[in-house]
Ligand binder design. Structure first.
Ligand code: NAD
Length: 278
């Protein structure tokens, strides 16, 4: 089973399908990531605020998988955007992950009331230049935040990791990405299990047509749309199922029918609004 690679604007490749560990308790993270690595995932998405980087690091170390075969992302939490704190934060994350560099480091939220996200982006550029993260990007940034950091630094993020699933597609951000050579990562790709994606008739019809599950169809929809995706589960069967998506493809009509799910008024959002989380 071959996971496609997306080439980032840094020149480096990222596996298009990975494994996310949001809300995986610290004591369960090592087990979940070990299982994901056994199943074949090589791309892990964590964050300082998830408080499970130690478990991720333990699983990586114990796996014996060569470092160059892995793609590890972590994120700078909002309370570390100012001053030289991003440098402290990446070093703390690397210690916990037992790594000398990550593959991708992201500013987790713009937290616009603090007005330090552009400063944080400048610090991420320094972190990249110091070799502590091969590529750098952002998360939850809207076009206004992206415009500002590019104006201030001249550096386009490799990715913006945003809430994205069929019911909430954030076309303003994806259009900015397409125009500026930035990749999109979908967080909450399954609607975090909160949005009833699996009751969607277009998803069910495609699942029946391909003899796959609704979750597999939704993951495939992200892949067909060119998004980078890392669904989360702590259950072995689902970890396997979510990786078993390379023996079928959705046709254009199926992609279009699923894409039509977005109510277009933001009501499909399941997580925080980027302007409201500070
Ligand atoms: P998700 O959309 O991956 O949903 C996970 C939930 O979907 C599970 O808890 C389970 O209830 C359900 N599920 C998973 N596999 C299933 C299957 N095969 N069948 C049926 N139900 C299934 O949500 P997520 O974990 O929030 O997002 C994925 C990753 O994105 C996270 O783990 C994290 O790495 C990242 N993330 C980033 C941000 C950010 O602000 N940057 C925010 C949230 C998540």
């Amino acid at each position: 089973m071959t996971v496609p690679t997306v080439k980032l604007n840094s020149g480096h490749g990222i596996p298009q399908l990975g494994f996310g560990v949001f809300l995986v308790p610290p004591q369960e993270a090592e087990k979940a990531v070990s299982e994901a690595l056994e199943v074949g995932y090589r791309h892990i998405d964590t964050a300082a605020i998830y408080k499970n980087e130690e478990g991720v690091g333990a699983a990586i170390t114990k796996s014996g998988i060569p470092r160059e075969d892995l793609f590890i992302t972590t994120k700078l939490w909002n309370d570390h955007q100012a001053d030289e704190k991003p440098h402290d934060a990446i070093r703390a994350s690397l210690d916990k992950l037992r790594l000398d560099h990550v593959d991708l480091y992201l500013t987790h939220w713009p937290a616009p009331e603090k007005d330090t996200y552009s400063h944080a982006w400048q610090k991420l550029i320094e972190i990249r230049d110091a070799g502590l993260s091969t590529s750098i990007g952002v998360s939850n940034h809207l076009p206004e935040h992206l415009d500002r950091i590019v104006k201030d630094t001249g550096v386009v993020p490799a990715v913006d990791q945003i809430e994205l699933h069929p019911a909430h597609q954030q076309s303003d951000v994806t259009e900015w990405a397409a125009a500026n050579g930035m990749a999109i990562e979908s967080w909450g790709p399954l609607g975090q299990g909160k949005y009833p994606l699996f009751d969607n008739p277009a998803v069910i019809a495609a699942a029946e047509a391909h003899e796959k599950t609704p979750a597999q169809v939704v993951i495939r929809w992200h892949l067909e749309r060119g998004f980078i995706v890392f669904p989360k589960s702590v259950h072995r069967e689902r970890i396997e199922q979510n990786f078993d998506v390379f023996d079928f493809q959705l046709d254009d009509d199926q992609v279009a029918a699923i894409s039509a799910t977005d109510p277009g008024d933001g009501s499909g959002r399941v997580g925080a609004h980027p302007l409201e989380l500070n």
